[in-house]
Structures are given as structure tokens and as C-alpha cells.
Write a protein that binds this ligand. Structure first.
Ligand code: 6LW
Length: 514
């Protein structure tokens, strides 16, 4: 069956998946954004529905003032004896921990920490034992996957971490997962780093502690040798295998969609790709000759119900329960600054601007498509209230309504924040106290800013998506479209401090995607 990748679009990196109670459940990393670890359900590996966020309480994860792209790194989800486990790393605190639930539609436990370093932890259950693995360096300083046995009730490590495999020679050996097929244990990992050199490798052993023999055809999956003129799908790596009730094995992995054939960049973040897996005796292969294309023939026919609609990533008011699962905040969620109903978002201004490594009053949704229109009505607010296309603290484009009382300054501004550069690319006096509609439209290569009053649209300026890309911003995230409010009005060459605590009321939020 022809499948169009990615199967989950937008900033949903580091996918991990399991099969339980007749359905697939998948989690992704979330870095500094809260709630953490978005949780998806699927019946066919092609259509995924977000059903929750694993880390839905700040008591489960400490994101306070962490750096952009710090926080929650790659998770693993596993199911054992009727219980779901999600294990991950708070990379800013260098702590590995897991949470569990007996109800996949309910809340997850408080964190249980494991005394083993590294990142990208994974769990493997066999014969009443729980194996915990993560990456690290061996005594020679080489990348290595380490494994220990833990007590899954307490998180206590019962054995010393033992080196399993140094990978296939690529840098940044990470994303380990252990599987048992037949008489062999299969240890799969990512190498090359989560950028253009990314790849997936594996090795197998008759013993869970090795020695592991690498597959002779490693890397089993990569697009590292393609140029942008051959494909716009890059960064393929960080995979997880899953087997359905028919014994058919598939892989999900991350990748990203670039723009520009020759100087590639991506701004939507790393997304989820579905990969076919084939067994050749007791070794497996993946993809099409180890590569990934936008359209692939994947044997999911028996699972996909004909006529199932493609995922629509658009979101608009009135919000429903599913929409609310997609609302994301930066670092600490401070409930007192948000009043979100189905038909309005009321934000309380604070002195924290978007550019500060802190918790600005912001709520947004991942941009999953290249062609979008984001719009919202905003009332007059003492301070600044606007729409933003937000990659992280230092890379975002804002269109805002500004009112500074002591200056009696009532303006529409467009701000490009790229690194240390704050460019006010548009400033215009606003001769109304009425509601103003802010509008940002996008293509794959640019954003256009406009506003309207009583239906009269006024187009202002444009900015390239390139300058919000990962290749400019660095890190591991992808862009959000959202609303924000602050009492710290920054023009770069002059800033104003308005009294915090004012209310910005947004209505008719509409994020059309695709
Ligand atoms: C993830 C790890 C990685 O945990 O980036 O570059 C981290 N590789 O696999 C965040 O996505």
C-alpha cells in the first residue's frame, strides 16, 4: 500500500512505539515544552491520534529555566504485564526516569529515577526481569550502549551497567532499543547525529549481554548520501521496531523535510516516518534498499481501513478536548497567567518577553504543514499582545498590538528575532481601540504578516522561514504558532516596561494547516 511520509508531521521527534491491547501507542520527545512527551494512538501505523501527554504535571518533570532544546529528550514506551512504561531523560538535569500507567487514557505516575547516566534510555522485559539501557562512553572513550538490570517497582539498579556494543563506528551512538526475535536478541541504535549524517544500525546476539555481531549491511537505514536535489527527506534515524498481532514488523523513525536543494534547512522540526521492515532469514532490512522516500510501499493494507481520512492538523476555536491536548507552553506552565475557554484565550502579561530563557506567557500549537494561515483577534492590551511563529527564545517572528500608556503609543509592530538581532521590520500607529485581527500566512519558504480592522486587510511584510530553521537556531525543536503577552515591550533600540498583570484577550484563534 502506498504510504505518504511523514505519518506524523511537525515537531514530534524521537518516536518510540509499542503494540498493546490491539493498538499502537507512540511517544515523542518535547524538550523545553510543556506538557511533555505527546502520546499517540493508532490502529494502522498510518493515522495517529494524540490521546494525551505523558508528562502532564510539572511535578513529573522540572523544566524551570532550562536552555532551549534542553529538557525532555528521547523517550521509550513499553508495555509489560498490563502496565505501560515511558522512560526518558531530563537532559538539563542529567537524570533518567520513568513513569507508568495502567490506563493509557489516564494520568501517569510520578517519576521514578534510575541511577544510570547517558541519554535515550530504553526498557526490555524478559522472564520477570527488567533491563534498562542507555548510551554512554566506554573506558576507551568510545560511544557505547550500556545495560543493567533494575527493579521495575522501585527503579533500583540491581547490577552494574555493562557495555553491550560500540556501534558501527558512527559518532553519537544513541537511541538504543533491544528486541527478541526467535533465538536472537537484536540491539538497534542510531549513529551519526540527528542531522544530515543520521543512520540506524543494529547487531544481534544469542545472549542479552552479548557479544553482539553487527549486521553486515549497516547502516540499515539512512538518507545521508542523498543530496537535496534527490530528496527533501533527510536526517533519517532514531528508530523503534514494533510487531503487530499478525507478527508483522514495522519501524517508526525520525526524519525532517528540507527546503533548498543546495543549502538545505528545515524549520518544522523532526517528524515521524513509517518504514517497512523485511526479514531475510534471521537478519532484517528496512526501507527501500535502506533509504526512505516521501512515498513508500508499506504492507499495512490489512490494518488501514479504506476511506480513513488523512490527518488534518488545523485547529480553531471553539476548542474541543482533542485541540486542548495540542496546546503547548514554554517551560513552566503558570496557571494564573492563562484563562483558556473553548472560545477565548485570556493571557496575563508578565515582564518576561519571548526572548528570555524563562517562562513567557505563551501558548502555541506545532506547525505541521508548510502552507498555513494563523490568525486571531486581539483586544487593546497595556503592553504587548500578539501572534508568534516561535522556534525558541532567540528565533521567532512576532506580529503584535502594542500599547504603552506613558507614550500613549498605540501600534502594530512586526518583529524578527534571529539570534541577537531584533529587527522591527514594521511599525504603524494604530488609530483604533477596536479589536484587531492579526494574520500570519506561510509557505514552505516564507511568512507574511498582515492585520485587519473590520475586515480591511493590510499586508505588511514578509520573512524567510530559513531564519527560524534548525540550521540557524540549532537545537532539536520545530516551530509553533501561538499567542503571547508581555509587559516588556522590546524594540531592540528602545524598550518599555509597562506594569505587568494586564489582560490580553484573544478570540477567533484559527490555525489552518495545509
Ligand atoms: C535525542 C537523541 C538526539 O535524545 O537528540 O541527536 C536528542 N540525538 O537521540 C533530542 O532529540
Amino acid at each position: 500500500m502506498k504510504i505518504k511520509n511523514p505519518v506524523v508531521k511537525g515537531f514530534y521527534p524521537d518516536p518510540s512505539i509499542c503494540y498493546a491491547e490491539g493498538k499502537f501507542y507512540m511517544v515523542c520527545s518535547s524538550m523545553q515544552f510543556f506538557p511533555g512527551v505527546p502520546l499517540f494512538e493508532s490502529e494502522d501505523l498510518v493515522h495517529f491520534k494524540q490521546i494525551g501527554n505523558v508528562l502532564s504535571s510539572l511535578s513529573q518533570v522540572d523544566l524551570h529555566n532550562i536552555p532551549s532544546s534542553g529538557g525532555v529528550f528521547a523517550p521509550t514506551i513499553r508495555y509489560n504485564n498490563g502496565r505501560f512504561y515511558m522512560v526518558t531523560t531530563n537532559d538539563s538535569l542529567h537524570k533518567n526516569f520513568y513513569v507508568y500507567t495502567d490506563d493509557i487514557y489516564g494520568e501517569w505516575s510520578e517519576p521514578i529515577f534510575v541511577d544510570q547516566g547517558g541519554i535515550d534510555p530504553s526498557l526490555f522485559f524478559e522472564d520477570g526481569k527488567t533491563y534498562f539501557m542507555s548510551n554512554g562512553d566506554d573506558t576507551d572513550g568510545r560511544g557505547c550502549i550500556f545495560q543493567s538490570e533494575i527493579d521495575i517497582e522501585t527503579g533500583e539498579r540491581l547490577t552494574e551497567p555493562r557495555p553491550l556494543w560500540n556501534g558501527n563506528g558512527g559518532r553519537y551512538l544513541e537511541s538504543p532499543h533491544m528486541y527478541k526475535f526467535g533465538r536472537y536478541y537484536y540491539l538497534m541504535a542510531a549513529e551519526g547525529g540527528t542531522e544530515f549524517g543520521h543512520m540506524i544500525t543494529y547487531a544481534r546476539s544469542a545472549n542479552i549481554y552479548g557479544p553482539f555481531t553487527p549486521y553486515k549491511g549497516n547502516p540499515i537505514l539512512t538518507n545521508r548520501d542523498f543530496g537535496g536535489h534527490q530528496t527533501h527527506i533527510m536526517g533519517i534515524g532514531h528508530g523503534d521496531l514494533v510487531t503487530n498481532s499478525e507478527g508483522e514488523t514495522f519501524m517508526v523513525c525520525l526524519g525532517f523535510r528540507i527546503e533548498d536543494d543546495w543549502v538545505p534547512y528545515h524549520h518544522l522540526g523532526r517528524e515521524v516516518f513509517l518504514i517497512p521492515v523485511k526479514w531475510d532469514g534471521e537478519w532484517f532490512t528496512a526501507g527501500v534498499s535502506g533509504n526512505v522516500y516521501e512515498e513508500m510501499d508499506i504492507p499495512v493494507d490489512s490494518m488501514v481501513k479504506p476511506g480513513t481520512p488523512d490527518t488534518d492538523y488545523s485547529i480553531s476555536m471553539p476548542f474541543n478536548k482533542d485541540d486542548r491536548l495540542r496546546l503547548s507552553y514554554v517551560r513552566d506552565y503558570k496557571a494564573e497567567n492563562y484563562d483558556i475557554t473553548d472560545d477565548s484565550i485570556t493571557l496575563t502579561t508578565t515582564e518576561i518577553p519571548l526572548t528570555k530563557q524563562d517562562s513567557p506567557t505563551f501558548v502555541g500549537v506545532r506547525q505541521s504543514e508548510f502552507d498555513t494561515e494563523l490568525s486571531v483577534n486581539v483586544t487593546k492590551t497595556l503592553g504587548e499582545a500578539g501572534l508568534t511563529i516561535y522556534m525558541d527564545d532567540n528565533e521567532h517572528y512576532d506580529i503584535a498590538r502594542v500599547y504603552v500608556p506613558e507614550k500613549d503609543m498605540h501600534e502594530i509592530i512586526v518583529r524578527y528575532q534571529v539570534g541577537d538581532a531584533t529587527a522591527i521590520s514594521y511599525r504603524e500607529k494604530l488609530h483604533t481601540e477596536d479589536v484587531v485581527k492579526l494574520i500570519i500566512t506561510s509557505t514552505s519558504t516564507e511568512y507574511e504578516f498582515a492585520y485587519s480592522i473590520n475586515g480591511q486587510i493590510r499586508k505588511l511584510c514578509k520573512a524567510q522561514s530559513k531564519y527560524l530553521s534548525t540550521e540557524v537556531a540549532g537545537g532539536f525543536t520545530g516551530v509553533f504558532g501561538g499567542v503571547y503577552a508581555t509587559s516588556k515591550v522590546m524594540f531592540g533600540y528602545e524598550d518599555y516596561d509597562v506594569n505587568p498583570g494586564e489582560k490580553a484577550v484573544f478570540t477567533e484563534f484559527n490555525f489552518r494547516q495545509g
